[in-house]
Write a protein that binds this ligand. Structure first.
Ligand SMILES: Nc1ncnc2c1ncn2[C@@H]1O[C@H](COP(=O)(O)OP(=O)(O)OP(=O)(O)O)[C@@H](O)[C@H]1O
Length: 596
């Protein structure tokens, strides 16, 4: 996988530009510490030569003080570089993480269907984490260590040409060998990251479904798959570590050879009286110092391989475009919104046909809604009935534009739904599903969806209007009651109540209620009934009914079967037609989901 150079540049520019000052500070701190690392051995060399020649104590003391001061200053610059590097890395990765999370949230549901939550977690967190070094250090370290390497070799050439040339040759050979071997570790580490993504995907998916797993006795099956994954993971990790160890051992071996060359050259030159003892020390010291930039350059370039894979995956996600266009600029009228479905064809599956026009049309058996039409005037209520899987919830998803249709026209408030900006649409259409999503937060935040603009008075008034004030008083800390991860003891009915208040606070023009099929206690059920009546007043409503008694408030009835209209009409007219399906359902009193 080769990423064009431009992509690295644009990523760095996007995320480092806002912290220009810090990046410049980081570069200064790193370069200063490099220069000081080259200067300090010179002082030590001078100290040795002065001591051997029996120089004055004052010179020796001066050299010792200068050496200590420079060593201290080097540490100060190192600390500053580490601090700035970490700050730059965290700020840049956090900004990227936010962008990535916001992008994923904007994508349509088909994207989320294709990627497990754990996999997305690994993208948004794992891959972005891997990029932190890239932002803070990679470029500066490669450049900085390149300069350090060139500096050391230049100083060595000045000290003694033979030593300089032989160690330059050594540096070239060592660097090429280490860079050549670098590819050894690339593929094992790519395998490692792949299996780690799979592992977190597996964990995320199964933690979310833990209740079902336990209830259905699938714990052993899940644990077996868990162990299987771990069993696959270990050898992959061992291979990757082994490759890295081979690289490490090679570099240790190489630097031992480097030291041997330095010692041999120094010994030879000293025996020829060509250098002083101080210079011999300098050659040895600089050779040792060579190890650091060579190692760092190798490490950074190895890191670049992992970074490359992470950038590639992050880009892949960022390049996914939502299938839902959000170009519309038409506003919805205030008040209750009329709804019209005209010859709607919809499928969750889009075929992989090469021709984009034909790709829109899946195989006939895959249509979820087929040629569906109905018109619901503003302020009226539609009761939606049908067997499980007949397409009722799909209608709700289409009205919120979680998916787009393949053919037909959906109008809301008199205009095409696709022309309404998504944020406005989702503000004006309220949906209460059976599966109420609650957050680990206070009741207030759960009701307002963390919108601090909604004052407590409005919330309390809404609860009062809906007849829920006594319910609120029954909570230990009222609006400040904290709900835990498992909704902290809220019953299904109470969760439904919360969801109704949430929708009420949005003041939508269309309310869609996916009725809870679970049995509620009579008291909660009465509260919910009362809340629903208030919620539907002066609003258009669609009730996905699982029990026949709930459709008594509907003006129209639509019975779906396999995505097609089985029966549609005015509720009282249908109820009075003895042969209508609705009248038969009323007569037998069989639940909609069971009877059909
Ligand atoms: N995200 C999805 N991807 C693919 N197919 C889906 C998806 N959601 C639903 N379906 C399929 O579409 C069909 C209609 O589903 P839908 O949820 O609309 O039914 P429903 O009438 O609301 O059922 P229920 O009463 O059980 O909620 C079903 O066959 C279902 O398997």
């Amino acid at each position: 996988m080769q990423i064009p150079f431009k992509q690295y540049g644009s990523l760095l520019a996007d995320y480092l530009k806002p912290q220009r000052g810090r990046v410049i500070g980081l570069a200064i701190a790193l370069l200063s510490s490099i220069v000081l690392q080259i200067i300090n051995p010179q002082i030590l060399g001078y100290f040795i030569d002065t001591a051997v020649e029996g120089g004055s104590q004052q010179s020796l003391l001066g050299a010792a003080i200068a050496f200590t001061a420079i060593a201290l200053l080097t540490q100060v610059f190192s600390v500053a570089a580490t601090y700035l590097g970490e700050t730059v890395a965290w700020s840049a990765t956090n900004a990227l993480r936010v962008d990535l999370a916001a992008h994923c949230l904007r994508l349509d549901l088909s994207f989320h269907k294709a990627h497990t939550p754990g996999e997305l977690l690994e993208r948004v967190d794992g891959d972005v984490n891997a990029l932190s070094r890239f932002f803070s250090q990679l470029v500066i370290h490669v450049l900085g260590n390149g300069i350090l390497l060139a500096g050391i070799l230049t100083v060595l050439c000045f000290e003694n040409r033979l030593a300089g040339l032989s160690l330059s040759a050594f540096a070239v050979v060592a660097l090429s060998l280490l860079l050549g071997l670098r590819s050894l570790a690339i593929s094992p580490w790519a395998d490692y990251r792949q299996i780690s993504a799979e592992f977190y995907g597996f964990i995320g998916e199964h933690v979310a479904g833990r209740e079902d797993i336990r209830a259905n006795g699938a714990v052993h099956y899940v644990l077996r798959r868990f162990y299987e994954l771990l069993q696959r993971w270990l050898p992959v990790y061992q291979r990757a570590r082994f490759a890295s160890t081979v690289l490490w051992a090679t570099s240790v071996g190489l630097f031992t050879i480097g030291n041997a060359i330095a010692l041999a050259v120094s010994a030879y030159l000293w025996s020829q009286n060509a250098i002083t003892l101080g210079t011999a020390y300098l050659i040895f010291h600089y050779t040792n110092l060579l190890a650091q930039p060579i190692e760092r350059i190798r490490e950074e370039l190895e890191q670049l391989q992992q970074v490359e894979a992470s950038i590639h995956r992050v880009r892949e996600v960022l390049n996914v475009q939502s299938m839902l266009s959000n170009q519309g600029h038409c506003s919805l009228p205030m008040g209750a919104l009329p709804v019209s479905f005209k010859q709607i064809w919809f499928s969750y599956e889009t075929s992989k046909h090469q021709n984009p026009e034909r790709a829109k049309f899946p195989a006939p058996q895959n249509w979820t809604l087929q040629d569906l039409s109905f018109y619901l005037p503003a302020g009226q209520v539609l009761g939606l009935l049908g067997r499980t899987g007949s397409g009722k919830s799909t209608i709700a998803r289409l009205l919120l534009r979680l998916y787009d249709i393949q053919s037909g026209q959906i109008h809301l408030g008199g205009g095409a739904i696709a022309q309404v900006p998504l944020s406005e649409l989702r503000q004006r259409v309220g949906l209460v599903t059976q599966d109420v999503q609650l957050f680990q937060a206070t009741v207030r935040d759960n009701l307002t969806f963390f919108d601090p603009q909604i004052p407590d008075d409005t919330i309390l008034q809404t609860l009062e209007d809906l007849g829920l004030a006594p319910w609120l008083r029954s909570l230990p800390n009222g609006l400040n009651t904290h709900l835990g991860s498992d909704s902290s003891g809220l019953s299904a009915g109470q969760a439904q109540l919360l969801a109704l208040v949430r929708v009420f606070l949005k003041n939508p023009g269309l309310v869609i209620l996916d009725e809870a099929s679970s049995r509620l206690d009579p008291q909660t059920e009465a509260l919910i009934e009362q809340a629903i009546n208030k919620l539907l007043k002066d609003r258009t409503g669609i009730i996905i009914a699982h029990r026949l008694q709930t459709v008594h408030r509907a003006d129209q009835i639509l019975i779906l079967e396999q995505g097609q209209v089985l029966e549609y009409g005015d509720r009282s007219t249908l109820a009075n037609q003895p042969h209508s399906r609705f009248a038969q359902l009323l007569k037998t009193g069989i639940g909609v989901g069971e009877g059909g």
